[in-house]
Design a binder for this molecule. Structure first.
Ligand SMILES: Nc1nc2c(c(=O)[nH]1)N[C@H]1C(S)=C(S)[C@@H](COP(=O)(O)OP(=O)(O)OC[C@H]3O[C@@H](n4cnc5c(=O)[nH]c(N)nc54)[C@H](O)[C@@H]3O)O[C@H]1N2
Ligand SMILES: Nc1nc2c(c(=O)[nH]1)N[C@H]1C(S)=C(S)[C@@H](COP(=O)(O)OP(=O)(O)OC[C@H]3O[C@@H](n4cnc5c(=O)[nH]c(N)nc54)[C@H](O)[C@@H]3O)O[C@H]1N2
Ligand code: SF4
Ligand SMILES: [Mo]
Length: 907
C-alpha cells in the first residue's frame, strides 16, 4: 500500500489528507499529522472520502450530441475539442468574443483556474469568466477591498488560540468548517474565560455552544454591528489615536451610527437590548477580539456592507494583524482563495489586480506577452446566466460546478441552459443536474487523481498530489483548458497560441502564476512545488528569498489602499430584499448540513453520510406546523413567488416561529424538485454581485398525497452492496419527476441500501410499480408478497440467506422505520414473515428503534445517547461509555446539545 499527500476536496479549512492506495484505487484516508490546518484530524466528510472515490456514475469519455433532442454519444478527445473550438470560433466570428462565457468553480485547483482565465481574457479577449465563488465569497472580497484595500484575510487559525472574544456572524462552523470548530472548542476548553458570541437567526450547534447567541432577524446584521459600534463609541472603547493614524472615513460612520442605539437595533434585530450591549462590551474589553463570518453575511443583497460593518468593529478598536485579532472571513470552497488570487472573477485579473485599472491591465498584458487585456467588465454569475437566457451569450463553458442546482431561481437557469446554443460541461460525474443540459461533456480528473495547488481560508498554499490515475479518458482540468486553447487559437488564426499555452505540466502553470504575483500583496515568487514539498504548506505572502510565509497581515497598520490607511464604509441599512407578508409569511433561509456537500455528487455516494439527515426536509418551529393543522413529518407544499416544492416538515427548536430552513443539498437527482433554489431569488449585492441565497419569503400548506410507497434494497454481500445501491440510485432518479413527491437516499453502513420514498396524489399505476420492482430487483422466488387490494395495501419483502434485503410497501408505510432498521441491522427475518402476512400495518411489539445516528464514525444513535444522558452521563462519560464523539469529533456539538436538553428535561 502506498501513501500520497493531498488535501480534503471539501471545505476551505483545507485539511491535509494522506491517501492510502494501491496505485489503482483509494483504500483509506487519514488526516495528515504534519498539515498545519488540521494536524491529523478530519471531520465526518473528510474521513469518509474513500467511500466516495468510486467508479459509479463517473464520466469517463467525452460525450457529444448533435441536436438537443439527440442522445449524447461517445467521441474522441480530438473530435470533442475540435467541435467545441468550431462552435466557439463561429460564435466569436459572428457575434464577437463577449458572446461566449465561462462559468468555473472554487473547487478547481489554482493551475486550472489560471489557464481558464488566460484562455478567456488573454486568447478570446472576453472577461466573461465568472465562478461559483460569486455565490460564495465575492461579498467578502468586496468588503476586504473596500476597507483594507486588498482581498487578503489578515488572520490565521492559530488566532483562535489567542483571541479572548470570538464573534461568529452568519456562519455555522460546527457544520461547515468542523476542523476549524474543533480548534475553537479546544481554545475555549483551554481558556474558558474566552467569550464566544454567535449571530445567527437559527440556534445552530455553533450557536448552542456560544456564551451569547444573538438570534437576530435575518438580514439585520448591519443594525447589530452599527449598534455595537454605537456602544463602543459611547462607552469609550474606540481607539481614537489609532483610528486617526491608520484609517479614513470614521467621522461619516460615527455620524451614521448615532441613530443605531441598542434600543433601536434591538427592535429591528428582534433581540434584547441588553444582549447587544453585552456583546459590544465583551468586544470592547477584549485584548484580542476576532470575528469570523461566512454565508449568513455574504449571501445577502447587502453582503458587502455586512462585511464592512463587521470589519469596522476591528478597525474601531485598532486591533488587527496581532495575535488573536482581526476580521477573518471563512472560505467556503477548498480553493476559492486560489481562484481569487488568479483573478478568477469577471472583474479581477491575475495577482489581485483589478480589471478596471488600466495599469493592472497593462501589467497582465505584458506578462502574457499580448497587446492588451479587454477593458469591458465581464458578466458576473447571475448576469451571465441572464445574458444566456436573453440569447446574448450563445456558447457557455461550465467546469466543476453544477449551476442547474446551485444558482438561485432555478426556473430562470433551466430556461437559460435550454436556450443556450452550445453548452460544454467539464465534470467528474456524468449525471449531475447540469449534465442534462450539456451538448458536450468532458471527463475531468478529480480528487486523488490530480496535481496542483490550493489555498485555504488562512492563505495557506498546499501542494496537492495525484495518488492514482483517473479512470477512462479523464484529463486534468488545466490540461483540458490548455488543449482547448490550442485548438481554438488555431481556428482564430492566433500565431502566438503555442507560446501562450506552452504548459508541459501543472507546475509550469504554477510558476507563471507565481511570477504574476511579484511585488503584489500576495507575492509568492519564493514558492515552487519543491519548496512546498520541503517546507510544507505555506501562507502567503512568500516572496523570493523568504524562508517562511507570513501568518498575519497589517500588523504595522499599513493597508493596501492608496493612502495606506484602512477605510470605514457607511453601510446600507436595508434589510432583506423580499419582505414577508400575509401571503408569504415565513422567512426562509438555506444552508448546509454537517455531512453533505453541495449537490451531493460525492458525499451522496457514502451511505453513512445520510445517517445524520436521511431525507430532504423543511425545518420549522413546531408552532408553525401545528398552527396549520399539520403534524411533524407531514409532507407540505412550500411556495415562494418563484416556485414550489414539496418537502417533509420537520419540527425543531433550532428555528424560531415565523422562520424556515431548507438545506441546499437535495436537487433533481435525488428529489422530485430542485429543492431550495426553486424558491430563492436572484437579487444581487450592488458591489459584489453576490445573490441573496439566504433570504426568501415563503408559505407552507398541507398537501394531500394519500398514495404512498417506500422501496428499499440492499444486497447480501458487502462488496456488491455499495455499487448496486449507487447504480440503482442513479437509475431511480429518472423516475422522480413522475411523482408529486419522491426522494432517494442511501442507508446503512457496510451493506448500503438505496431508499426511495414516494407520495402521490393519484393511485400509483401498477405498471410503474412493476417497473420499479424490476429496477430494484424485487422479484423472483425470494420475494414474498402480500396484497390487500380492497385496502390498497401491498407489501413485498426480499429475503436472501435469511436476511431482509429488499422491501416495497404501498398504501401503508407506518412500519417503514422499523423495517428500515431491521434491514440496516441485518437482523433475522422471522418477525418480518409474521408481519408480512398479517393484515396489521403496524410493526409488531414496542420495536426498540435506535433512532437517528448521531455519531457516524462509531455508529451511535440518538436514542442510545438519550438513555445514557437520562442516566446522568456528561460528555466525558458518553465518550467513555458509548465512544461517541471520540473519532472525528463532528458530533461533539450535538452531543453537548443533547446533554443540555437532557438535563433541562430532568429539571
Ligand atoms: N458540511 C458542509 N460544509 C461545507 C459546505 C457544504 O456543502 N457542506 N460548503 C462549503 C461552502 S462552499 C461554504 S460557502 C461554507 C458555508 O458555510 P456557512 O456560511 O457557515 O454555512 P451556511 O449553512 O450556508 O450558513 C451559515 C448560517 O447563516 C445563517 N444565516 C442566514 N441568514 C442570516 C442572516 O441574515 N444573518 C446571519 N448572521 N446569519 C444568517 C444560517 O442560519 C446558517 O446557520 O461551507 C463550506 N463547508
Ligand atoms: N440555496 C442555496 N444555494 C446555494 C448556496 C446556499 O447557501 N443556499 N450556497 C452557494 C455556494 S456558497 C456555493 S459555493 C455553491 C456550490 O455549488 P456548486 O458549485 O454547484 O456545488 P458542487 O456540487 O460542489 O459542484 C461541483 C461539481 O464539480 C464536480 N467535480 C468534482 N471534482 C471535480 C474536478 O476535479 N473537476 C471537475 N471539472 N469537476 C469536478 C462535482 O461532481 C460537482 O458536480 O452553491 C451555492 N448555492
Ligand atoms: S473540515 Fe472536514 S470538510 Fe473541511 S477540509 Fe477538513 S476534513 Fe475536509
Ligand atoms: Mo461556497
Amino acid at each position: 500500500m502506498a501513501e500520497t499527500k493531498a488535501t480534503c476536496p471539501y471545505c476551505g479549512v483545507g485539511c491535509g489528507v494522506i491517501i492510502q492506495h494501491d496505485g489503482a484505487r483509494v483504500i483509506e484516508v487519514r488526516g495528515d499529522p504534519d498539515h498545519p490546518a488540521n494536524f491529523g484530524r478530519l471531520c465526518s466528510k473528510g474521513s469518509t472520502l474513500h467511500f466516495t472515490a468510486r467508479p459509479e456514475t463517473r464520466l469517463i469519455f467525452p460525450e457529444l450530441r448533435q441536436g438537443r433532442a439527440e442522445p449524447r454519444a461517445r467521441v474522441s478527445w480530438e473530435q470533442a475539442l475540435d467541435t467545441a473550438a468550431d462552435r466557439f470560433a463561429s460564435v466569436i466570428a459572428e457575434h464577437g468574443p463577449d458572446a461566449v462565457g465561462f462559468y468555473l468553480s472554487g473547487q478547481l485547483l489554482t493551475e486550472d483556474y489560471y489557464v481558464f482565465n488566460k484562455l478567456a481574457k488573454g486568447l478570446i479577449a472576453t472577461n466573461n469568466v465568472d465562478t461559483n465563488s460569486r455565490l460564495c465569497m465575492s461579498s467578502a472580497v468586496a468588503a476586504y477591498k473596500q476597507t483594507l484595500g486588498a482581498d487578503a484575510p489578515p488572520c490565521a487559525y492559530e488566532d483562535f488560540d489567542h483571541t479572548d472574544c470570538l464573534l461568529i456572524a452568519g456562519a455555522n462552523p460546527a457544520f461547515a468548517h468542523p476542523i476549524a470548530f474543533r480548534r475553537i472548542e479546544a481554545a475555549k476548553a483551554a481558556r474558558p474565560g474566552m467569550k464566544i458570541i454567535v449571530v445567527d437567526p437559527r440556534r445552530t450547534d455553533t450557536a448552542a455552544s456560544a456564551d451569547l447567541h444573538l438570534a437576530i432577524l435575518p438580514g439585520t446584521d448591519i443594525w447589530l454591528f452599527n449598534a455595537m459600534l454605537h456602544v463602543l463609541l459611547w462607552e469609550g472603547y474606540v481607539n481614537m489615536p489609532w483610528v486617526r493614524e491608520h484609517t479614513e472615513g470614521f467621522e461619516a460612520l460615527r455620524e451614521a451610527v448615532r441613530e443605531a442605539t441598542p434600543a433601536t437595533a434591538a427592535q429591528i434585530c428582534g433581540v434584547n437590548e441588553a444582549d447587544i450591549i453585552t456583546a459590544a462590551r465583551w468586544w470592547g474589553e477584549a485584548q484580542a477580539p476576532l470575528s469570523l463570518w461566512c454565508m449568513g453575511l455574504n449571501q445577502s443583497h447587502h453582503g458587502t456592507h455586512n462585511g464592512t460593518a463587521l470589519i469596522a468593529l476591528s478597525l474601531a478598536v485598532g486591533k488587527i494583524g496581532t495575535p488573536g485579532c482581526g476580521p477573518f472571513s471563512l472560505t467556503g470552497q477548498p480553493n476559492a482563495m486560489g481562484g481569487r488570487e488568479v483573478g478568477g472573477l469577471s472583474n479581477l485579473l491575475s495577482g489581485h489586480r483589478d480589471l478596471a485599472n488600466p495599469a493592472h491591465r497593462a501589467e497582465v498584458a505584458a506578462l502574457w506577452g499580448i497587446e492588451s487585456v479587454p477593458e469591458k467588465p465581464g458578466l458576473s454569475a447571475v448576469e451571465l446566466f441572464e445574458a444566456v437566457r436573453e440569447g446574448k451569450v450563445k456558447a457557455l463553458w461550465i467546469a466543476c460546478t453544477n449551476p442547474a442546482h446551485s444558482m438561485p431561481q432555478q426556473a430562470l437557469i433551466r430556461e437559460a441552459l435550454e436556450k443556450c446554443e452550445f453548452v460544454v460541461l467539464q465534470e467528474a460525474y456524468a449525471n449531475t443536474e447540469t449534465a442534462a443540459y450539456a451538448d458536450l461533456l468532458l471527463p475531468a480528473l478529480t480528487w486523488a487523481e490530480k496535481e496542483g495547488t490550493v489555498t485555504n481560508t488562512e492563505r495557506r498554499i498546499t501542494h496537492v498530489n495525484a495518488a492514482i490515475p483517473g479512470p477512462g479518458e479523464t484529463r486534468a482540468d488545466w490540461a483540458i483548458a490548455r488543449d482547448f486553447a490550442l485548438c481554438l487559437g488555431a481556428k482564430l488564426g492566433r500565431k502566438d497560441v503555442h507560446r501562450l499555452f506552452a504548459y508541459p505540466n501543472a507546475e509550469s502553470v504554477f510558476l507563471e502564476h507565481a511570477e504574476s504575483t511579484r511585488d503584489r500583496d500576495l507575492d509568492i515568487t519564493g514558492l515552487s512545488y519543491a519548496v512546498l514539498d520541503e517546507l510544507g504548506p505555506q501562507q502567503w505572502p512568500f516572496p523570493a528569498g523568504a524562508s517562511e510565509g507570513r501568518s498575519r497581515l497589517y500588523a504595522d497598520g499599513k493597508f493596501e489602499t492608496e493612502s495606506g490607511k484602512a477605510k470605514f464604509v457607511v453601510p446600507a441599512t436595508t434589510l432583506t430584499s423580499e419582505a414577508i407578508d400575509a401571503r408569504y409569511p415565513l422567512r426562509l433561509t438555506t444552508g448546509r448540513l454537517r455531512d453533505q456537500w453541495h449537490g451531493m455528487s460525492r458525499t451522496g455516494k457514502a451511505a453513512r453520510l445520510y445517517a445524520h439527515v436521511d431525507e430532504p426536509r423543511i425545518e420549522l418551529n413546531k408552532a408553525d406546523i401545528e398552527r396549520r393543522g399539520l403534524r411533524d413529518g407531514d409532507l407540505v407544499s412550500v411556495k415562494s413567488r418563484r416556485g414550489k416544492v414539496v418537502l417533509r416538515a420537520y419540527a425543531t427548536e433550532e428555528i424560531k416561529p415565523g422562520h424556515a430552513f431548507i438545506a441546499m443539498h437535495w436537487g433533481r437527482n435525488l428529489l422530485s424538485s430542485s429543492g431550495a433554489n426553486e424558491l430563492t431569488l436572484n437579487t444581487v449585492d450592488p458591489f459584489s454581485k453576490q445573490p441573496e441565497l439566504k433570504h426568501a419569503a415563503v408559505q407552507i400548506e398541507k398537501v394531500d398525497l394519500p398514495h404512498q410507497a417506500l422501496l428499499m434494497r440492499s444486497a447480501v454481500y458487502a462488496d456488491a452492496a455499495n455499487g448496486l445501491a449507487l447504480e440503482r440510485a442513479a437509475a431511480l432518479s429518472h423516475w422522480l419527476p413522475k411523482f408529486d413527491y419522491a426522494a432517494i437516499s442511501l442507508a446503512g453502513r457496510d451493506f448500503p441500501s438505496v431508499v426511495l420514498r414516494i407520495a402521490h396524489s393519484e393511485p400509483i399505476p401498477t405498471e410503474w410499480l412493476e417497473q420499479l420492482d424490476a429496477l430494484m430487483d424485487l422479484q423472483g422466488d425470494q420475494c414474498m408478497a402480500y396484497a390487500d387490494a380492497r385496502r390498497g395495501v401491498s407489501k413485498k419483502a426480499m429475503v436472501e440467506e435469511g436476511i431482509l434485503t429488499g422491501l416495497r410497501l404501498t398504501g401503508e408505510t407506518a412500519a417503514a422505520g422499523w423495517l428500515k432498521e431491521l434491514m440496516i441491522e441485518r437482523a433475522p427475518t422471522d418477525t418480518v414473515r409474521r408481519w408480512l402476512f398479517a393484515p396489521l400495518p403496524k410493526p409488531p411489539g414496542p420495536g426498540n428503534s435506535r433512532g437517528r445516528i448521531v455519531c457516524n464514525c462509531l455508529n451511535v444513535s440518538e436514542n442510545e445517547i438519550k438513555v445514557a444522558v437520562a442516566a446522568g452521563a456528561d460528555l466525558a462519560k458518553l465518550q467513555e461509555g458509548l465512544k461517541c464523539g471520540t473519532s472525528c469529533g463532528s458530533c461533539v456539538p450535538e452531543l453537548k446539545r443533547l446533554i443540555a436538553e437532557g438535563s433541562k428535561a430532568v429539571v
